[in-house]
Design a protein around this ligand. Structure first.
Ligand code: GLP
Length: 244
């Protein structure tokens, strides 16, 4: 779906999420959301916060799982995805803190494998992801599934691509400060979601969006694996859709 601009696209995505939260809550069920960080979802979270404040949208029955976190990374660090999610969403809505799951960037390296398995199990125990929100990196990554990721990969630690670290450098005040590793949900984890919405805004994303939608499925552009998912929508603005 191509919107005139990012704002209209983001509001549409937020409204779909709000409708799902309300529908599940009316059925007495929890709504399990997979959430993303980066600049792309910021307006979505803004709109969800507005709907909470002005229209009484409640997050009491919402359970969330974030896609990824840098590793190592302290939760209090302003570059952490933990900090980002609280700043943009969790501090402003009525979500129960025990329902919030974000990969833990403080986990000791030797414990990462077991931790990733338990993250995966928590998603399954919650009933699986009803909805997964995604952005996309210039390398074609979703979450932090960099080129080379297997289509069936699970939550794991990953070495970040050079391009990804260059893109993150301004936020870290220099490439040398960008972590080299991260913990990310896998492509397989993401593809198990019942519904996926990938957002991309701006001309910087035009090339990777063309490759993702029109290119052959390949581990070189991990987002191409969404082509096989039966309920995925790409929400674009005119600029990111320019090369289609
Ligand atoms: C990071 C995140 C991704 C995100 C990507 C794009 O790499 N791990 O989940 O999609 O950045 O970020 P932006 O939305 O700022 O372009």
């Amino acid at each position: 779906v191509i919107f005139e601009d990012a704002k209209q696209g983001a509001i549409q995505v937020a409204h779909e999420m709000a409708d799902l939260i309300r529908k599940k809550s009316n059925q007495g069920k929890t709504c399990v959301l997979g959430l993303a960080t980066g600049s792309s979802p910021i307006r979505v979270y803004e709109e969800l916060v507005r709907l909470h404040r002005e229209e009484g949208l409640s997050f009491k029955h919402v359970v969330t799982f974030n896609l990824d976190e840098y590793h190592p990374m302290e939760k209090s660090n302003i570059q952490s995805y933990h900090y980002f999610m609280h700043q943009h969403l969790f501090d402003h809505v009525d979500i129960d803190p025990s329902n919030v799951h974000i990969p833990d960037g403080t986990i000791a390296s030797e414990d990462v494998k077991a931790y990733c398995r338990s993250y995966e199990q928590s998603i399954e125990a919650a009933g699986g992801l009803d909805f997964q929100l995604l952005g996309i990196g210039r390398t074609g990554h979703i979450g932090f599934n960099e080129p080379g990721s297997h289509f069936n990969s699970a939550t794991r630690d990953i070495t970040l691509d050079h391009i990804t670290r260059v893109d993150a450098a301004p936020a870290f005040k220099g490439l040398e400060n960008v972590p080299r590793k991260a913990i990310t949900m896998g492509i397989g984890t993401i593809r198990k979601a019942k519904r996926i919405v990938l957002m991309a805004w701006g001309q910087n994303k035009a090339e990777v969006i063309k490759g993702t939608i029109e290119g052959a499925m390949s581990p070189e552009v991990p987002a191409t694996y969404l082509q096989e998912h039966e309920n995925t929508t790409f929400v674009l603005d005119r600029e990111s859709a320019a090369h289609l």
